[in-house]
Design a protein around this ligand. Structure first.
Ligand code: SF4
Ligand code: SF4
Length: 186
């Protein structure tokens, strides 16, 4: 992980390592793949719930809206990438269109519950709804695995290297997994 405000200490006045380690632009091809996998997972998940368990669909839709609004308020407005085309689906820009930044605030229990609850509904409800239709079940699982794999190898892999927000390191389970999968080169 990048050390916050790290400088090389040589006394020449340059930013040293901090400058080299500035968060570089994400690869556009990788981002296209990541976004496509997210759209596939969400679109197929919503379709599967609506088709197999129409009564569950309002809950799935509420989770989707929560994730794209409340979670952005509780998390993105307190993130170092607020307002930026961040690695996580460029959502730092989306958050800035909805809410002002909340500098000085960090991820709290409300953010953890909102994120965990909405993601759980978006991921588990389609899986439950498709039980009994193996074709739909495995199509959704394929979409979910592809999306999660893209997320960990594209966003989280770079997050553990470049992020400085302590809450990511301290609370995010994907951060811990990415550290195991992509340990720093020595
Ligand atoms: S890195 Fe994550 S929390 Fe930060 S702005 Fe982007 S989507 Fe939001
Ligand atoms: S490691 Fe956690 S905080 Fe960082 S991009 Fe992945 S999910 Fe987001």
């Amino acid at each position: 992980m990048r050390t916050p405000d790290a400088v090389c200490g040589c006394g020449c006045g340059c930013a040293g390592e901090a400058e080299q380690d500035d968060w570089p632009e994400p690869d556009k091809g990788a981002m296209r793949f990541l976004i496509a996998s997210g759209v596939w997972m969400l679109a197929y998940g919503g379709y599967a719930v609506a088709r197999r368990r129409p009564r569950w669909f309002p809950l799935w839709l509420a989770a989707l809206v929560t994730w794209f609004t409340l979670c952005k308020y509780l998390i993105c407005t307190r993130c170092e990438n607020y307002g930026k085309a961040c690695d996580f689906y460029y959502l730092g820009k989306w958050a800035a269109r909805l809410f002002p930044a909340q500098p000085g605030r960090s991820l709290d229990t409300a953010g953890i519950i909102a994120e965990g609850g909405s993601v759980a509904v978006l991921q588990f409800l389609p899986a439950l709804a498709t039980l009994g239709s193996w074709r739909m079940f495995f199509t959704f699982i394929a979409a979910l695995v592809t999306n999660q794999g893209a997320q960990i190898s594209i966003c989280c892999r770079r997050c553990i290297r470049y992020s400085t927000d302590p809450w990511k390191r301290e609370t995010c389970p994907s951060y811990k997994l990415a550290e195991k999968l992509f340990p720093p080169k020595v």
